[in-house]
Design a protein around this ligand. Structure first.
Ligand code: FAD
Length: 237
């Protein structure tokens, strides 16, 4: 059931140069029932003018908490510029949950997660959820970022993947000339998927990120012979 209620901003932490992690606590301290992968509508209500700005954000934490966490790319748009000036204690409205991008822990024991930028958010929720359930599926996560300093909550991410015995590959699409990055570079493609998940046809694939990322990877997976029914995707924009 979708619930719309007031939340108080309880944390805003600049996680990378472009991304801030926002945490909102339900004013009534009750939880929202959602499946990892789903998103919420975050709304700012301007005092006096009655103006409302509402945008979709994937939920980055596990269910069963009275808080909702989002990884937000601070692009200076309508809502993100309000958030840039937000202070702990500010009031927002959040309705949730929405979407068909839902992680089903029983869907398969071999998983491929493909994340583009802040498209990492639902995978954070999934990883926390899997750990909380004590499950140990075989996870390959390929995570694409523009710059090497854009890895969101890097240590926590590495810690969760290590705890699950999974495989994490980060690829940097726009390495800078003075970059010390020694890992993969370039966009995720069929070749990269085959390298890190040679058994891709036996995996359930989840993709989340901007439209061009999702479209390209759906095509890449189809080209590798992955049936459409084994692919779950969330496209932004
Ligand atoms: C299901 C769903 C889940 C989403 N989850 C997230 C999430 O977890 N984190 C997140 O950050 N966003 C997420 N988004 C995007 C989010 O809803 C907003 O669109 C985004 O935050 C911009 O809102 P805004 O009001 O600040 O910008 P607006 O005032 O709406 O302006 C957006 C404008 O900026 C342009 N733009 C878009 N992206 C960029 C960019 N990276 N750099 C520069 N310009 C850009 C667009 O073309 C558009 O013209 C999600 C979208 C959907 C549909």
């Amino acid at each position: 059931m979708i619930v719309n209620k007031p939340y108080i901003l309880s944390g805003a932490e600049k996680t990378t140069p472009e991304v801030t992690t926002f945490t909102f606590k339900a004013q009534d301290s009750t939880t929202v029932d959602f499946m990892p992968g789903m998103f919420a509508m975050l709304a700012y209500h301007e005092d006096g003018t009655g103006q409302k700005i509402s945008r979709a954000y994937s939920i980055a934490n596990t269910p069963n908490s009275d808080c909702l966490k989002f990884f937000i790319s601070m692009i200076g748009g309508q809502l993100t510029s309000k958030l840039a000036g937000a202070k702990v204690g500010d009031l927002y409205y959040i309705s949730a949950p929405y979407g068909q991008f839902k992680f089903d822990i029983n869907s398969g024991n071999r998983l491929l997660f493909l994340a583009g930028g802040t498209g990492l958010a639902p995978f954070y929720s999934m990883l926390e959820f899997i750990i909380s359930k004590g499950a140990k599926p075989d996870i390959v996560l390929i995570y694409s970022v523009k710059y090497s300093d854009e890895i969101i909550e890097k240590e926590k991410l590495e810690g969760m993947i290590a705890q699950l015995g999974g495989k994490l590959t980060v690829t940097v699409t726009r390495p800078k000339p003075d970059d010390v990055w020694k890992g993969d570079t370039g966009h995720v493609n069929a070749q990269m998927i085959s390298k890190y998940a040679p058994d891709v046809k036996e995996r359930i694939s989840y993709i989340c990120g901007p439209p061009e990322f999702v479209k390209a990877l759906k095509q890449a997976l189809a080209g590798l012979g992955v049936p459409e029914r084994e692919i779950r995707a969330e496209m932004w924009g």
